[in-house]
Design a protein around this ligand. Structure first.
Ligand code: ADP
Length: 319
């Protein structure tokens, strides 16, 4: 069975990693310098929205350094013990990648401080009913942290990352290139306009773009379509409920509510959530973040307000 999930679409070298030129150029220098010095790469923090390529970059760093990578998610680490298990598997120069590192609890974070700074951890050991603390040395390693919420990261942890990269937005050309490379890997032929349309609804996020590409591939396989054009992608996006700029039904209902039901007046988050029958978290994190980024909605002291751009967008939907 072929594996056509995200892993097989992951770039295997920096050359295949599209965009983020500034990050890649700097990273290449730091990696080269660490190789010349024969030291581990400094701990590195990757900051950016979900799906922008943080995990992919961590894998690419491990390939470039020619060292193993251990991947864990902070949400699944409850006790320091869980973290220590991963730390104890590291060899010299290896990488420990902690995704969503802002979710690490205080006790686990404290284990990281000495591990990151001086490559040791303190182990609590019970010996003949006595409690003892034993210092356990670690080989020099690189911690790569990834976070979607850097503002939630504690200052002491943040300060322990000598290298910090913040991902920039991708542009339409970058996303089109990512889609083109993926379509080649998956052996599906797309017209350029069709890829550009997919890019335009991707919220300029590689993961979203690739997910739509894969859904269109599914439909084209069943419909036996060999060359995918703009109109075919339009048809499938319609079936998927994806509108212009990658907005979904819920986003449109949100905008319509502010415009038609509340006459463009400010509306509080609780009212919005109960009107749309969704949690505050869904409204704030999934719906509003992107609408605010598009400048379709503004947060004010009195509540959320639709902007003139938001109203213009709603009007284009009826044309
Ligand atoms: P994150 O860890 O930031 O959530 P991932 O690294 O998992 O994002 O990326 C999601 C998908 O997008 C992966 O399948 C990866 O192949 C692809 N991708 C992300 N960034 C790029 C890029 N710059 N060039 C090519 N593919 C990318």
């Amino acid at each position: 069975m072929n594996n056509d999930d995200n892993n097989s679409l992951r770039p295997q070298s920096f050359d295949e990693f599209i965009g983020q030129k500034n990050i890649i150029d700097n990273l290449k220098i730091y990696i080269q310098a660490s190789k010349i010095r024969d030291t581990s790469l400094d701990h590195t923090l990757l900051i950016g929205h979900a799906g922008l390529g943080k995990t992919t970059l961590a894998y690419l760093i491990s390939i470039a350094l020619n060292h193993n990578i251990i991947v864990i998610n902070a949400n699944s680490i409850e006790r320091p013990k869980d973290l220590i298990v991963s730390l104890s598997k590291l060899n010299e120069g290896d990488i420990l990648f902690i995704d969503e590192i802002h979710a690490l609890n205080k006790n686990c974070e404290e284990v990281l401080y000495s591990a990151m700074e001086d490559f040791y951890i303190n182990l609590n050991v019970k010996n003949d009913l006595k409690k003892e603390i034993i210092k356990f040395d670690l080989p020099p390693f690189t911690l790569i942290g990834a976070t979607t919420k850097v503002e939630s990261l504690s200052k002491p942890l943040l300060d322990r990352f000598p290298i910090t990269f913040t991902f920039n937005k991708y542009d339409e050309n970058d996303i089109t290139k990512i889609l083109f490379n993926a379509s080649k890997k998956l052996n599906v032929v797309y017209r350029t306009k069709a890829l550009k349309l997919l890019a335009s609804v991707s919220r300029f996020t590689p993961r979203i773009a690739l997910n739509y590409l894969k859904r269109v591939n599914d439909y084209s396989l069943i419909d036996n379509i060999k060359f995918i054009d703009y109109h075919y992608v339009c048809k499938i996006l319609n079936k998927l409920g994806v509108k212009n700029l990658g907005l979904k039904e819920l986003d449109i209902r949100y905008l319509k509510m502010l415009h038609y039901d509340y006459d463009d007046k400010p509306v509080g988050i609780n009212t919005i959530s109960s009107f749309l029958n969704e949690s505050n978290k869904v409204i704030e994190e999934i719906v509003e973040n992107y609408l605010i980024e598009l400048s379709f909605v503004r947060k004010t002291g009195k509540g959320r307000v639709i902007t003139s751009q938001g109203i213009t967008f709603l009007n284009t939907l009826h044309k």
